[in-house]
Write a protein that binds this ligand. Sequence first.
Ligand code: HEM
Ligand code: FPP
Length: 474
Amino acid sequence: MTANTATERRRVTTLLAAAAIGVYLLIVVGATTALTEATQACSTWPLCGTDLSDPRVLIAWGHRLAALVVGVVVLAALVSTWRSSTSRRAKATLLVPFVLYPVQIGLGALAATATTATADWLSTLHLLSGMAIFVGLVLALAWTLELGTDDTAPVTDPDPLTATPTDTDTGETPSLQTPSPPSGPLARARRIGAAYFRLMKPRLMWLLCLVAAAGMALAAGPSLDAGIVIRVLGGGVLAIGASGTFNHVLERKKDRKMQRTSDRPLATDQVGVTNALAFGILLAAASLALFLSVNLLAAALGLCAILFYSVIYTLVLKPNTVQNTVLGGAAGALPALIGWVGVTGTVGVPGLALAGVIFLWTPAHFYNLALAYKDDYARGGFPMLPVVRGERVTRRHIVWYLAATLLGASVLSAVTSLGWLYAGATVAFGALFLWTVVRLHRERSEQAAFRAFHASNAYLGALLFAIVVDAILL
Ligand code: HEM
Ligand SMILES: CC(C)=CCC/C(C)=C/CC/C(C)=C/COP(=O)(O)OP(=O)(O)O
């Protein structure tokens, strides 16, 4: 690839990413109730009410002006891509935004001026057409990003001593010389306590607890009961601990073969199998008891989550199919439903929509680590996507699942009454996440993969935090 082509691709992909995020902003703002209410105060087109002290008029004006600015960015992205040397399929895909953007403006004008009954289905059509524009831009972005990249040549090869540490379990930089551990009964008890704690996979807990908390906040709003919160989160922490422990037991032999996991308590015989199993069963029983004190359905879903992660994912999916991550996302999605069910006692649409967001987010989250640990997973014999289908396909799937997650988050705002904080969080952190993924394609290094992985956690963390605050306080 010549220097000119590289510069041209950078410009094109930056413009496509900016256009995609701009369109996403319009989708999310369009899906919030704030805009629906604003349209009622601003029902003429293209100009409407002049009373700018009315926040609804300001929101309607903001949406129209943003549509204009984003339209200019989309046009610049289309022209720049068509004039570039990108693939024909990337150019052809852009016909969708080219045709639909003007249609979208027309639908918006009709929805703003129509009677309430007609406005409802026009708004739905408007939302769907916005999503189609977004998908067209993202596909063109993904296909342009992967041009000239192959699976064997990273742009930067990080220095092993300065690269991000690969032991994500402990978070410690691996030292070159391991000092001998302190002796004495207290030090030994501490070490054993730490080993059991590590079996519980504590680093996953904060985000999974936030997932369940968001499910509860969506269901209860400001009247969320502290007693339910404590019992659901307590049951959740114990359930993750139980399934993490079973996962350690079942994978101990493979863990020994992988650099990242070879120092785990069962792989090093620091904890025996029988003791670990007893610990896992104890945690599972305590978790189910707590869930049962909330309601029967929450306990049934808790049991499903433990069995799904420990048995279906660990024993069936992970060692046998390249779709292990996609299907395994169901384990992480269940806490969203448990949170919702803990409050309502039944399954509901917003709880399902939140679970859908987590399900779609999981591949965009884990494929980054799968890239960074590709050789390690190959050593362990796991058919992870980069091992089976290569790094380029994996990077492409990260863009697709990220886009699907963002669309899922917009559906969530359409089926709930979440407002500006939620909209701001998904757009701002979605843009950040997308940017790290664009850089992952450009740099193709382990460091870039870790950056995108952390951005995935920051995106979901910010989104869930915004849901909790929005639903309870605003
Ligand atoms: C198939 C599904 C998933 C897979 C294969 C996966 C895999 C991983 C792996 C291998 C790690 C490295 C840490 C470790 O070795 O324990 C990790 C970290 C993490 N994962 Fe996932 N994960 C999945 C789903 C989820 C879900 C659903 C959540 C929460 C909603 C989540 C949240 C986290 C967090 C918070 C970390 C720690 C990040 C850090 O320490 O900086 N993961 N994940
Ligand atoms: C309420 C409840 C029980 C929820 C369970 C949800 C849960 C623990 C989701 C985490 C998903 C997961 C498979 C993480 C680690 O992957 P891995 O085990 O493949 O990672 P490894 O390679 O480090 O072993």
